[in-house]
Design a protein around this ligand. Structure first.
Ligand code: PLP
Length: 455
């Protein structure tokens, strides 16, 4: 069974001959703006493993960038989707009601740790759509025009979410953008100015937020503050609990809606079904939560959950869409939740994260290019720098690691404002042997790349 196997490269070159042919066709048929530099053409995927069209086997630590927390082709999800397809696979929510939609809406409303007892769920198709709708809902509820987002944030590629996303390379030539999107500084503690730490660092970042109210938008004009509980594209940076608590207080003071974007960090990844459950354990809850990626194991689906009072403030017809809450996606979504809870994948995330962190911390003793190791549960980032004192990003090393790891059967991806972080987002059904095999490949790649770069 592929799901139990270890990585194995059998071709002399990568991509192998059949993969090379498909990649060449892709280069002619698909815009190169849809970037892909991996030498992999998938034939099948099981658990955390991918087999390519030439018989090479890779252990996948990217998991579709957080889409595959329950792994490729989980047999029970496959069966649920097939059964649904036999009955019907489209039922537009504005025309007919299908029970899967209602059941999944109920299940998410029950589980999302948002403020309020009576909650409702709105479905969309992608993370960007969920975030954009969350902002629309917050605007409807507050009657206010502006939002605040953060440095390092990634919220998607629609026009509004491009404006919300920090990295402007993702929005090159796409302006003008929607107005009313203002940015404050995210507490990226590793890079806090003046090496500030602890309470002093938190105060610094809270001052920046207050400054945004002075310089960009009065708080009374702010509909929502949007936070990723663990920044994904920004470099796997957990929002510090003390900062989140203070942001919640600021939201309460000014009547601002707090939105938790759990598109990448949600769905058992961090050791809880939702990362903001950690907030709730600390006495803080978001008003709106968005989820996507892993919620339907790869069938496009996203969700926005909020208390009834917020959801019911939206005028009829202002939110919706043809495919929102698609029956195949909802059937997959219900099965995904069942599996995550039955198999305690959140607990598994904690254990996997401990193994990966322990190994990374051991490397940090040996390799002075490791500036920081951080994360929550099985969302682990390792940040590479040329010099620990200056913290100059070592992006070239990470680009090399991604390439070299793939050549030995490990798929990893970079993250971070400077592209100098390697992210760990492996499916949570990964075996211990596959975690260890991946760590061995990455360690060897690190040794060999450093030797090449440093001569
Ligand atoms: N929000 C976060 C935190 C994400 O990581 C992403 C995608 O990586 C998005 C939103 C956008 O999701 P999608 O690509 O499904 O539109």
């Amino acid at each position: 069974m592929l799901r139990e196997e270890l990585p194995r490269i059998v071709t002399d070159t990568l991509p192998g001959p059949r993969a090379a042919e498909v990649i060449a066709r892709r280069a002619r048929a698909v815009p190169s703006a849809v970037r892909c530099s991996y030498p992999v053409v998938i034939r099948r995927g099981e658990g955390a493993m991918v087999e390519d069209v030439d018989g090479n086997r890779f252990v996948d630590w990217v998991g579709g960038v957080g889409v595959l927390n329950i792994g490729y082709s989980h047999p029970e999800v496959v069966a649920a989707v097939k059964a649904q397809a036999d009955d019907y696979f489209h039922a537009m929510a504005n025309i007919v009601t299908h029970e899967g939609y209602v059941s999944l809406a109920e299940a998410l409303a029950e589980r999302a740790p948002v403020v309020g007892e009576r909650r409702r769920t709105f479905f969309a198709n992608s993370g960007a759509e969920a975030d954009e709708n969350a902002v629309k809902i917050a605007k409807a509820f507050t009657g206010r025009p502006n939002i605040i987002v953060f440095s390092g944030a990634f919220h998607g590629r629609t026009l509004l979410t491009m404006a919300m996303t920090a990295k402007k390379a993702y929005a090159k030539g796409m302006g003008p953008f929607p107005d009313g999107v203002y940015r404050s500084e995210f507490p990226y503690l590793y890079r806090a100015p003046g090496a500030l730490e602890g309470d002093a660092a938190i105060s610094y970042y809270l001052d920046r937020l207050e400054e945004t109210f002075e310089n960009a938008s009065l708080p009374e004009q702010v509909a929502a503050i949007v936070v990723e509980p663990v920044q994904g594209e920004g470099g796997f940076i957990p929002a510090p609990p003390a900062w989140v608590k203070a942001v919640r207080e600021i939201c309460d003071r000014y009547g601002i809606v707090l939105i938790a974007d759990e598109v990448q960090c949600g769905y058992a990844r961090t050791g809880r079904l939702f990362a903001s459950e950690y907030w709730a354990e600390n006495g803080v809850r978001p008003d709106i939560l968005t989820a996507a990626k892993s919620i339907a194991a790869g069938i496009p689906l996203s969700a926005v959950v909020a208390r009834e009072e917020i959801m019911e403030s939206v005028p009829a017809g202002v939110i919706g869409g043809t495919y929102c809450g698609n029956p195949l996606a909802c059937a997959a979504g219900l099965k995904v939740l069942e599996i995550i809870e039955r198999d305690d994948l959140a607990g598994r995330a904690i254990r996997i994260g401990e193994t990966v962190m322990a190994r990374y911390r051991e490397w940090a003793q040996r390799f002075d290019v490791i500036g920081d190791v951080r994360g929550l549960g099985a969302m682990v980032g390792i940040e590479f720098v040329r010099d620990r004192a200056t913290k100059e990003p070592f992006s070239e090393l990470v680009t090399g690691l991604v390439d070299e790891a793939a050549r030995h059967g490990l798929l990893i991806e970079s993250a971070g404002t400077y592209g100098n972080v390697v992210r760990f987002l492996a499916p949570l059904v990964i075996t211990d042997g596959q975690v260890d095999a991946g760590l061995d490949i990455l360690e060897k790649a690190l040794v060999s790349r450093l030797a090449k770069l440093r001569g």
